[in-house]
Design a protein around this ligand. Structure first.
Ligand code: UT7
Length: 325
């Protein structure tokens, strides 16, 4: 049986930091409200980087940490909801920037669960024997689809990219179990429209508004708590693991209160949940990749440790992966 290991990680966030006080100059909010309701203190907002620029930087760092060359990469999967173009995909643009001439490349959209979906998709290509090394990227310039006058959403998000290199291995380690799910009937609680119908038959009375994220915060909160709790339980059962076996959980970084409730419901100590949302806010498809890269860099993750990556997001999607490091 072919096993799938993570052999390198990388991340990138823009230099420009926007604090809660900075946002309070734009909308009627406060550092106290944002911090107490979400745990977020600041986020990075792009002033120059495109989605592909951030993805490229994270990818370069992941390839370097994997100790391989771009010629070893056979497939690039990029999870994003904020591509620079309808076509080409961000993955193709990054392939060109990296000069990874030997790889195939495509994007996928599973909103904030995108990194987990991309990792699971990559692992299927490796387990099937089609590819040996796959570059996975989660990236979003979410700031470009925010309504900067809507305080219920604009305070929550930030821009960034996370990446990982997955490799085939004969050693029985790496991905132990994974699960993905979606519930399209709940899409109205978190969505962003694309461009409107435009052709010679369509006449708008007013110029259509710029697409921006719309969210029913409390409904998303309830979905998140339920789906993340259930998904962790499911992946543990699939992997024949218990809560005690888990060293760290890298959850989608949306709201500290969501993670607090999940930890309580799952009987897993909150200290096991790696968190960086205080510094980056919710970076959508990128959040799990950035958090994983930071966790690796702490040096606290040792060979043989069990970690869980778990996400939820628009769709509504959710998913988790259990990994032996
Ligand atoms: O990747 C998935 C992304 N989305 C999420 O994860 C969102 C999940 N939901 C949440 O995190 C929370 O629901 C929020 C942080 C979005 C909101 O927290 P909440 O405790 O559910 O607040 P709420 O929506 O019930 O609003 C409470 C009050 C309202 O005022 P009134 O009606 O009580 O007078 C809101 O208008 O807070 C007001 N409010 C704000 N006040 C100051 C909403 N946003 C803000 C704000 N600053 N930024």
């Amino acid at each position: 049986m072919r096993h799938v290991n993570i052999i390198g990680t990388g991340s990138y966030t823009p230099d420009n930091t926007m604090s809660n006080d900075d946002i309070a100059k734009l909308v009627d909010t406060s550092d106290e409200w944002i911090t107490s309701r979400t745990g977020i203190r600041e986020r990075r907002i792009s002033t120059k980087e495109s989605t592909a620029d951030m993805a490229y930087e994270a990818a370069k760092r992941a390839i370097k940490s994997a100790g391989i060359t771009v010629d070893d990469i056979e497939l690039i999967i990029c999870a994003t909801i904020t591509p620079d173009y309808f076509m080409p995909s961000v993955a193709c643009t990054v392939q060109g920037m990296l000069m990874a001439h030997k790889s195939a490349a495509f994007d996928l959209n599973a909103a904030c669960t995108g990194f987990v979906y991309a990792m699971v998709t990559a692992s299927q290509f490796i387990q099937s024997g089609m590819y040996n090394k796959v570059l996975v990227i989660g990236v979003d310039t979410i700031s470009k689809i925010l309504d900067w006058q809507d305080r219920s959403t604009c305070v929550l998000f930030g821009d960034g990219a996370g990446a990982a290199v997955l490799s085939a291995s004969d050693i029985k380690r790496g991905i132990i179990a994974s699960t993905l799910s979606s519930d399209g009937s709940k899409q109205s609680i978190l969505y962003c429209e694309a461009i409107p119908l435009a052709n010679p038959y369509i006449k708008y009375k007013e110029e259509p508004a710029r697409p921006s994220i719309k969210m029913q915060g409390q409904e998303v909160f309830k979905f998140a708590v339920r789906s993340v709790t259930d998904t962790i339980k499911k992946v543990l059962t699939m992997g024949n693991l218990t809560e005690e076996d888990v060293k760290f959980l890298v959850s989608h970084q949306a709201n500290r209160r969501i993670i607090d409730v999940v930890a309580k419901n799952s009987n897993i100590p909150i200290e096991k949940f790696y968190m960086n949302l205080e510094r980056y806010g919710n970076t959508s498809s990128a959040s799990i990749g950035i958090a994983l890269d930071e966790l690796v860099k702490t040096g606290d993750l040792k060979s043989g440790d069990i970690i869980i990556l778990v996400g939820f997001g628009g769709g509504m999607t959710s998913g988790a992966i259990a990994i032996e490091w």
